[in-house]
Design a binder for this molecule. Structure first.
Ligand code: ADP
Ligand code: MG
Length: 341
């Protein structure tokens, strides 16, 4: 059995109880800490895409940065192929081959002074992917072929400013493929691109996932593409996972009031009238929020309670993730049998 085949079905990357704090200031000599990621767990499986959704500031990019080892976790564990990951020396280099990241901004991620050829040759060299110069030349052209940038020889000689945003993102994807990774982290890979080419790029990532049996983390705001391109979805809110489950279930039949709000706010051509309901709902939300804040919290309860249309007194206590279906969980007292006790 090939290495790739043996990876099938087994978690390539296992993330457990990941926490990341940032020091955001000082007050009377004490450090002010922001917990950007708070106890996040999930698996990335070979040949599958997991979508990570949530509004801006919910901690999605922090998760990706920790997984790419661009920053260290405050606590928690990451296992690659069942083994705890190494954070220095050769182990770190090996990890950086296996786990590649594509960022949101293809303008910022390529060096304006270097050609496409340079951008692709560098990772091949660093990770010793080619035995000779001619092999390296060939691999550069093959990478460009894989991301559909033709004619390959001409594209290789270009500088980033000679390419469109979509073409640049294809180069960034080709560069990520160069070390032959098993995990691809895509942090809002199309949100800065023209709407008309977003699907092309997402289709490309999907095709590469199948061809290379990649485990893909797809970070996005967009529930429609999250559903279309992934098998599972996790929803983050203020650093925590509030819902996780099969993509269709989470997006078509969301359980957590936050996911419901996201799903109802997403544009849906079949239901244009939904938007008109918002003002009344907002008033209701504000009333609930006031009641709840008077009652208790100071941040120890459910983080969504202040915006939640279903908030109840028990929400002043922090809810746990509970099963709401097969392999489907929500962090909400509505589904927790313990709420009535
Ligand atoms: P998202 O990608 O979901 O928009 P981020 O992971 O970028 O969210 O940010 C999560 C939270 O962490 C935000 O409140 C953000 O301001 C904060 N944050 C991110 N990076 C840093 C940093 N380097 N220093 C301080 N705070 C940060
Ligand atoms: Mg982000």
């Amino acid at each position: 059995m090939t290495e790739v085949a043996s990876r099938n079905g087994i978690a390539t990357l296992e993330v457990r109880d990941l926490v990341r704090d940032f020091v955001v200031g000082r007050e009377r000599g004490r450090r002010q800490i922001l917990r950007a990621v708070d106890g996040v767990s999930f698996d990335l499986v070979a040949g599958q895409t997991l979508a990570l959704v949530g509004e801006s500031g919910s901690g999605k990019s922090t998760v990706a940065s920790v997984l790419a080892q661009l920053i260290r976790p405050t606590s928690g564990t990451i296992r690659l192929g069942g083994k705890l990951i190494g954070t220095r020396g050769r182990a770190l280099r090996r990890y950086r081959e296996e786990v590649q990241i594509v960022f949101q901004d293809p303008f910022a991620s390529l060096n304006p002074f270097h050609t496409v050829d340079h951008h692709l040759r560098r990772p091949l060299r660093i990770h010793h992917r080619a035995g000779s110069k001619s092999e390296e030349d060939e691999q550069v052209l093959q990478l460009l072929e894989r991301v559909n940038l033709f004619p390959v020889k001409r594209v290789a000689g270009k500088h980033p400013h000679e390419l469109s945003g979509g073409q640049r993102q294809r180069v960034a994807i080709a560069r990520a493929l160069a070390p032959r990774p098993s995990v691809l982290l895509a942090d809002e890979p199309v949100s800065m691109l023209d709407v008309s080419i977003r699907l092309e790029i997402l289709n490309l990532i999907d095709q590469l996932k199948t061809e290379d049996n990649l485990a893909v983390l797809y970070i996005t705001h967009d529930l429609a593409t999250a559903r279309h391109f992934s098998s599972r979805v996790i929803v983050m809110y203020r650093g925590e996972v509030v819902e996780s489950g099969p993509a269709d279930e989470v997006i078509l039949a969301p359980k957590h009031p936050y996911t419901q709000l996201l799903a109802s706010a997403a544009p849906d051509p079949r239901r244009p009238e939904r938007r008109t309901q918002l003002p009344e709902r907002t008033t209701q939300l504000l009333e609930r929020r006031t009641q709840l804040l008077e009652g208790t919290t100071r941040g120890e309860g459910c983080r969504f309670a202040e915006r939640c249309p279903s908030a109840m007194p028990v929400c002043a206590t922090r809810p746990s993730l509970v099963d709401v279906g097969t392999a489907h969980q929500a962090r909400c007292w509505l589904y927790d049998g313990a709420a009535g006790e």
